[in-house]
Design a binder for this molecule. Structure first.
Ligand SMILES: Cc1ncc(COP(=O)(O)O)c(C=O)c1O
Length: 369
């Protein structure tokens, strides 16, 4: 017996995407961002595959994500924040920490002294994201205060862009200017950094200045999975990594005028052959696909009728007379000439690819090929 809803993740294409990102980010090295269980896709096989493809280090969001990868043999770093009680276990595990304030620097330093280790830290600068880190205006003062704290290795410094899809003019270029001004101030204090990074996928594609000196590292997430932020442009073709599929549970012929699903938002216009498909919003399908989205059966895109429910949705089968119970149904991916992309769903939901990928349900079986 197999699972009903299956997400196939093509590791060969993932690695090809990693190499494609490396080619546009060069001379910067590319650090995969595998937070939130690799955007919900399953971190272990993805991390192993990317390390095989040459990833020099991996970024995550929080301690348990780091602990899951400590045996991979590459440096792991937590990106945007660290809580006081997380510092000692992370130092014991050798995880690189973000340095987000004078207070956090003092805490990390004193925990490192207690443990007899040197803490590798990356200074997290807020140059305009407004989310976390040391405000760039305050950074020279903070760096002055912490530069000589014991047992700290100021290995890196980084910032994050909120608007990089707009390109490197405008606000992103102002952030780059702010970042450089902090680098100059740090240099005057005798602080230099081995890893200097700012670019995420949006910047790698739209703000090439963030991939040149002084930067020598970029952070890539969404592009690795073949998706990108449609607000910007893509500089390199990416391979589609994800295929989401399920199967047909039942086929019926409904008389004209039959209402379908919760809310009776659709009513058959004529006698209609319909299929019940084993997938619903519990699997991560946006409710917005109701009456607007499609699935692919036998290489034909067929429309979703009515509101999808938790475990099932209904489709019209007029165009696929040979469809039979148990047949494969493609939800995201290609079958013959027909294709449905993550971005198609994002457009229908009025969201971005990140939200779609991270929302794929826990019931969905992830398989890797
Ligand atoms: C600090 C930081 N850097 C990089 C990334 C990777 O972003 P993307 O998936 O757009 O490449 C993220 C993800 O949100 C992030 O929070």
């Amino acid at each position: 017996m197999q699972h009903r809803v299956i997400l196939r993740i093509d590791l060969g294409k993932l690695e090809a995407n990693y190499r494609a990102v490396c080619s546009i980010a060069a001379p910067c090295a590319v650090m995969p961002v595998l937070k939130a269980n690799a955007y919900g896709l399953g971190v272990r096989p993805i991390a192993e595959s990317l390390v095989r493809a040459g990833a020099p280090r991996i970024a995550v969001a929080e301690p348990f994500e780091a602990l899951a990868l400590t045996d991979l043999g590459v440096p792991l770093q937590i990106l945007s924040g660290i809580l006081p009680d997380e510092i000692a276990p992370m130092l014991r595990a050798g995880v690189v920490l973000p340095l987000v304030s004078e207070e956090s620097a003092r805490l990390i330093s004193s925990e490192a002294v207690k443990l007899g280790v040197t803490a590798k830290v990356h200074v997290k600068l807020d140059t305009g994201m407004g989310r976390a880190g040391i405000l760039w205006q305050e950074a020279p003062k903070v760096l002055h205060a912490v530069a000589h704290l014991p047992n700290l290795d100021f290995e890196g410094i980084f910032t994050h862009f909120p608007l990089a899809y707009e390109g490197s003019s405008g606000f992103t270029s102002e952030q780059l200017r702010r970042f450089r001004s902090v680098l100059d101030a740090a240099k005057r204090l005798g602080l230099t950094f081995r890893h200097i990074h700012a670019a995420n996928s949006d910047a790698i594609n739209n703000a090439p200045e963030a991939c040149r000196g002084p930067f020598n590292l970029v952070r890539s997430g969404i592009n690795l999975y073949g998706a990108f932020d449609a607000a910007g442009t893509l500089r390199v073709p990416l391979a589609p990594v994800l295929n989401l599929s399920t199967r047909l549970a039942q086929i019926r012929t409904l008389p004209a005028g039959t209402p379908i699903g919760y809310g009776h938002t659709y009513r058959t216009i004529r006698e209609t052959r319909v299929g019940t498909v084993c997938v619903g919003y519990a699997d991560g399908l946006p409710l917005a696909l109701s009456n607007r989205g499609a699935v692919i059966i036998h290489g034909r895109a067929v429309p979703i009728l009515g509101r999808l429910s938790m475990d099932y949705l209904t489709v019209a089968l007029d165009d696929v007379p040979d469809a039979a119970v148990g047949d494969a149904v493609t939800l995201i991916g290609r079958d013959g000439e027909a294709e449905i992309t993550v971005q198609d769903w994002a457009n229908l939901k009025g969201t971005h690819a990140y939200d779609i990928i991270c929302s794929i349900g826990s019931r969905v079986q992830r398989t890797y090929c």
